[in-house]
Every structure is written in structure tokens, then in C-alpha cells.
Design a binder for this molecule. Sequence first.
Ligand code: ARG
Length: 296
Amino acid sequence: MTTETPGQEIHPGAASPAASTAPWPGAESGQSTTKHFLMCRPEHFAVEYAINPWMDPSAGADRDLAIRQWEELRSVYEGLGHRVSLIDPVEGLPDMVFAANGALVVGGRVYGARFKHPERAAEGPAYLEWFVRNGYDRVREASFTNEGEGDFLTLDHVILAGTGFRTDITAHSEAQEFLGRPVVTLRLVDPRFYHLDTALFPLNGHNVAYFPGAFSPGSQEVLRRLFPHAVIADEDDAVVLGLNAVSDGTHVVVNAEAAGLRRTLEHEGFKVVPVDMSELRKAGGGPKCCTLEIRG
Ligand code: ARG
């Protein structure tokens, strides 16, 4: 297990599996990869504004429960051998727990987030600063609105990029140019699935699971062409944010309520690790939203 105090880098000990030798994580088909995640403890978590249909400030959220659920997620990752780094939570940024939105990191290059809503704007610089402080020198401040891994999902040969609610399509080409990886635009059409990572997740470096109803007809066709063997989830799985999952190629960390998806994944040979993120879902988030993957 790897533990770190916020802002410090400690390298994994003997208990962690050896580092991947693949060109980038996920490149070894059918194998699990050891990942490096950045997370932010929900010490200031609250539902104080509504910027997606899941958020109801009058409903109230239990911060202590959110912290317990987040701690469980963190220990699940560490138990699977992944490395977890922490960023200090900032008071007044109740959504900062959703680390996936903080940046997109591929091959050691850090493409910064630029949030659509002013309520979250300060998170972009906070995450970028963490990377600079931790020695990442290939860092790009974005010129266009984008919400990091919320809308950019990385596979071996392509980065899938959502647009329609948050990330501007102009950010897709900015990311492609900076990262040197092909970026494929996918249009989101259902406001409940406002980020790409609420409707789709990579199963490994070359395949995905997704809920077709979240995408425009043209984007559904693109997905069928790119991923003929994808796992297709239904609306019951999607409305519990079952697609907001994290796979290392072997284990899939998924919201416990996504019963149908869990069965399908098991049938496909994945090891399902259910987690309860019900309190964080009140802000529209699940396991993936709490997890920023650092690649390279
Ligand atoms: N309340 C946050 C928002 O609407 C939730 C973000 C969830 N993050 C994600 N990667 N989908 O911005």
C-alpha cells in the first residue's frame, strides 16, 4: 500500500506490482495495469449550487458519509496495487473532490482544465499547480473550455472526447495538438450525462463500455465502428452512474447499484469491485469522477 501526505510524492514499495513496460498504460491487452491516480479528499464537499441535473442544494449532503465513501474508494485502489497521490482540498471549492475534471495527463504531458462554470473555475489552476509543484514540466494551460478527464478518456490509440454540455469542441483539437494523440469527438445529448465519463468508460486500452442513449446518432455510429465488441449498458445502469467506472483491464471499480452492468462485466471475464458512492452522486459524481489518472 502506498500512502502519501498531500503534495508529497512517495514511491510505491515492494507490495506494489512492477511498473508497466508498455508504451503507455493499457497497452497490454487483456492484462491489468498498475495505475497512478490523483485524488482529493472531500473535506469541503457540499451541494451548494446546481450545475447538473443531479444537484439539488435543498436536498442536503452528508459530508462525513461522503468522506467515508471516498476513503473506501481510495483503499480499494490501494488494495488493487494502484498508487494514489493526494491534492490538498481547497475551502470554497465543494466539487474539488471530482479530481477527474482537474486535468488530462498523457505521456507525462499535462493539459490543464478550464471549467465552464465560474463556481469551479479556481480548480483548474489548483490542479495545474499541483503538477508543476510535483515536477511535471510539460504543462499546458488550456485556451478553451474543457473539464479534463470528465470529457477526455484515453485508450491506446485514441482519446475519446465529449462535447455538448461542458467541454468545447475547440479544446479537442487543442488537446490533440498538445498531446500528439488522435482525439475523436463524441456528442453528448442527455443532460443527465453531461460529461463523457458519466456515459462511457474504457475497459482496457482497446475497448469500452457505454450507454448509447447518451450520444447523438452520429456519435453512436462512430462508437459502433470503433468498438464493435463494446459492452453496451442500459438506462438502468446509466441512471445510477454505473458507467462512471474505473477499469485496470482486470478489475472494474463500479457503483454497486449498477446490477445489470455488473453481471455483464462478470460474464465478460472482468472482476467487479462494487463501491457505494451514493453521497457523492448527489453532486453528479461516481468513482471515476473522483479519480484523475496520471499517465507517464
Ligand atoms: N458537480 C460536479 C459538476 O457538475 C460533478 C463533476 C463530476 N465529475 C465527472 N468527472 N463527471 O461539475
